[in-house]
Ligand binder design. Structure first.
Ligand code: UDP
Ligand code: MN
Length: 268
């Protein structure tokens, strides 16, 4: 596990893994961890973090890591301002604390000492037990659906299944940082290119928050397993907060360590 510094040994061959590179995403991870614990999973929970002090109190195996050893040219091309200028976000807002280059550190999960991993963005919540995902093959992900049918062409890298392997990690690094590389949606674009025949998970395994107002007919509290607050984060003051109020209130409950009764959630 070169470049990884765990605070304790693994206690399972399976783990939910998230990534935290600053205090904001540590807050996200806190709610996520509470939500996973509430499902009664026996898998490990791992927080990969870049020496973030706020990660210290989290109820998880903390694995400190460095960002990937990418080249200067790669880092310049994927710096926040350069990326936003070249590939503007027109569908939603990215928080000020979101650093695109940090996303690539997700790939370090392939270095971990587990047989099977389910990766979850720090802005997700697990609403129902999803342990069966550990029995799914590499690489399963849900389509990036939040606006319309065209969204099915792309996958979303906020939730996926993986099998750690040093060989895969080395191969990924070699394919990632090639001359003139520009991955416009960072790890997401890279992973879709690395796994062009990705297996599809149901959208309920990665329900994106914009579906709430943009495609309400897809919403089904009975079916949603993982809820994903893509773009604006529920702990931020943002311009879609009024439209997303019940989802934000739900996130706040998990952040406080409460276990919500999903049967009382309103319809969109
Ligand atoms: N992340 C992080 N620091 C950053 C950017 C991203 O720790 O500066 C991690 C975090 O786990 C986050 C994930 O990478 O959830 C992907 O970013 P985000 O969820 O903000 O992207 P979105 O889902 O909005 O596309
Ligand atoms: Mn996310």
């Amino acid at each position: 596990m070169e470049g990884l510094y765990p605070d304790r040994p693994a206690t399972s061959s399976r783990a939910f893994v998230t990534l935290v590179t600053n205090a904001d995403y540590a807050l996200g991870a806190k709610a996520l961890i509470n939500s996973i614990r509430a499902t009664g999973s026996t898998a490990d929970i791992v927080v990969l973090h870049t020496d973030v002090p706020e990660a210290q109190g989290l109820d998880a195996r903390l694995v400190r890591c460095d960002l990937l050893p990418t080249s200067d040219a790669f880092n310049v091309a994927h710096a926040r301002d350069a990326l936003h200028a070249k590939a503007a976000f027109t569908k939603g807002g990215k928080p000020p604390f979101h650093t695109p280059l940090d996303n690539f550190a997700k790939l370090r999960l392939w270095q971990l000492d587990y047989e099977r991993v389910v990766f979850l963005d720090a802005d997700t919540l697990v609403l129902r037990n999803v342990d069966k995902l550990f029995d799914y093959p590499e690489f399963c992900a849900a389509p990036n659906v939040y606006e319309g049918l065209a969204d099915f062409h792309r996958m979303n890298s906020g939730v996926f299944t993986a099998r750690p392997s040093a060989g895969t990690f080395d191969d990924m690094l070699a394919k990632l940082d090639v001359p003139d590389a520009f991955w416009r949606r960072t790890d997401q674009t890279f992973l879709q290119s690395y796994y062009p025949d990705w297996h599809g998970l149901p959208i309920f395994c990665n329900m994106l928050q914009y579906v709430w107002f943009a495609m309400p007919e897809l919403w089904s509290w009975d079916d949603i397993r993982i809820l994903h607050y893509q773009y604006e984060k529920p702990w931020q003051d943002h311009d879609k907060a009024d439209k997303l109020r019940p989802l934000i209130d739900l996130w706040r409950m998990y952040e406080r360590g409460e276990v919500p009764d999903l049967s009382t959630m309103p319809a969109p």
